[in-house]
Design a protein around this ligand. Structure first.
Ligand code: F0G
Length: 459
């Protein structure tokens, strides 16, 4: 018998979590204005809101923290991180930032100006937020297959090279801030981007004289999928694959809270010293001096270590298989999920799950709330609320995909937890015909509204 894979770690420290009753959860949800971001963490039993900053650090990361150098300038922790980044990504220049969106803020302060276009594959919400805040436009050129939740494609996160070239042909290079490819493609379901797609994007960027930036939050998971699915990569090491992915780009933004398994942190990687210098000024204004940029020395040490742990094949194998395990359990009960399952989360197709709830009553938010009431499980809406209003017409945007994301923190939950989640979602699925009222908006912020929105049950 072949021995199955297992987690390549054992658990040294535990944190208790608390079950509650349905009635308690109904009250808490009402008090939270039907917005799961407003819940207190103790009101949640299994927290799948995000895989960002919620991972469990290793003993090696915790011990590296004790050796943090908190010098304002030139800390050894900075140089240690610089070495790790150069080794894993190949970028010679880097700026630390306090998290991924801060990296976007600093880099876009140099690259993005009013009226610009930023083509890419389903920009993440903070990325789009930073672009639109600067009165520029994010142009989504993701392949069409990405909006079909059941069609199988090995690299459903890919950018459509024809759509991308169309934007590049029809606009002068100085109007294009940069091309941004997000790996894995979070908004389209944690779906990977192939190496050939990255290579071709790099070629187009050079042909049209525009910069190519990789939003790299889940780059290691992307490298894992390339190894497993793309011809010619089966025998390559994850880190070699990662270096090749980055070799096609001019720079990267990183939310280290994902694949580098730290609770806080980010950075920008640059190939070009001049761009690094320009961005340094903004880093100093917004984040901190260029050798700490919003991070403490101890955090930079933990990040340097986490970059290596997050790119270990055995870790990635157990992680991505845990996601697939939850997906297969849900499929067994007929729950409509996005397939193939991606790297960090299960995405439930809310339009198919709750076909009676009109889009104006936000089916994915309605479903996320029901899953919370059922089992104390917190997911997140990835749909019309997150898509915000069109900045010009102020009409609601209704994206093709209206989903609930259940994101799995790294090294935190066991497959027993996954069984519990699958059972709770199954219970909601069985009573879905009784769910006939969605939610309506009482108050919303002008941008990135889903974080703070106030909702009520639709009349
Ligand atoms: N890019 C991607 C692809 C992301 O998924 C995120 C964050 C960011 C950038 C911003 O990074 O949070 O460190 O500022 N995603 C989290 C999520 C919040 O839940 O998917 P950050």
């Amino acid at each position: 018998m072949n021995l199955p894979f297992t987690e390549p770690f054992k658990i040294k420290m535990v944190e208790n979590i608390y079950r509650s009753t349905k009635e308690q959860r109904q009250n808490w949800l009402r008090d939270a204005s039907y917005n799961l971001f407003n819940l207190r963490s103790e009101q949640v039993f299994i927290d799948l809101l995000t895989d960002s900053g919620t991972g469990a650090m290793s003993d090696k990361q915790w011990s590296a923290m004790m050796l943090g150098d908190e010098s304002y300038a030139g800390a050894s922790s900075y140089y240690k991180l610089k070495e790790a980044i150069r080794d894993i990504t190949g970028f010679d220049f880097f700026l630390p930032t306090h998290q991924g969106r801060a990296a976007e803020n600093v880099l876009f302060s140099v690259l993005v100006k009013e009226g610009d276009l930023v083509p890419g594959n389903s920009h993440f919400d903070t990325t789009k937020g930073h672009i639109e805040f600067r009165k520029a436009k994010a142009v989504d050129c993701t392949i069409d297959e990405a909006s079909n939740t059941t069609v199988w494609h090995p690299f459903k996160g890919n950018v459509d090279l024809v759509k991308l070239e169309d934007v590049l042909i029809n606009n002068p290079a100085e109007k294009i801030s940069c091309i941004i490819i997000t790996i894995t493609n979070n908004s389209a379901g944690g779906q990977p981007v192939s190496m050939s797609n990255l290579r071709e994007t790099g070629k187009l960027a050079r042909k049209y004289g525009v910069k190519f930036i990789i939003d790299s939050a889940r780059f290691a998971e992307n490298a894992y999928f390339i190894k497993m699915r793309e011809k010619g990569y089966a025998d390559k090491d994850i880190r070699d694959i990662a270096r090749e992915m980055f070799s096609y780009a001019d720079g990267m933004t990183m939310s280290s809270k994902k694949d580098a398994i730290v609770n806080m942190g980010g950075f920008i990687g640059f190939r070009d010293e001049e761009l690094f210098r320009q961005a340094s000024t903004y880093n100093i204004i917004y984040e901190g001096f260029i050798t700490y940029g919003g991070m403490s020395g101890r955090d930079m040490n933990a990040l340097a270590q986490g970059l290596y742990e997050g790119t270990e094949f055995s870790f990635l194998e157990s992680r991505i298989n845990q996601v697939a395990y939850l997906g297969s359990k849900m499929k067994e009960s007929g729950v409509p999920i996005l397939e193939p399952t991606g790297g960090h989360a299960i995405f439930i197709d809310a339009k198919k799950f709750l076909p009676e709830i009109p889009k104006e009553e936000f089916p994915a938010q309605t479903l996320a709330n029901e899953i919370y009431i059922e089992g104390g499980i917190r997911g997140v809406e990835i749909g019309a609320l997150m898509a915000d209003r069109d900045p010009v017409t102020r009409e609601n945007r209704f994206p093709d995909l209206e989903m609930v994301r259940l994101a799995i923190p790294r090294r935190v939950y066991t497959n027993n937890h996954m069984d519990y989640v699958a059972a709770a979602v199954n219970n909601v699925f069985e009573r879905r015909s009784n769910i006939n009222r969605g939610v309506r908006i009482v108050w919303e912020a002008p941008i990135m509204r889903h974080f703070t929105i106030i909702l009520e049950v639709a009349k």
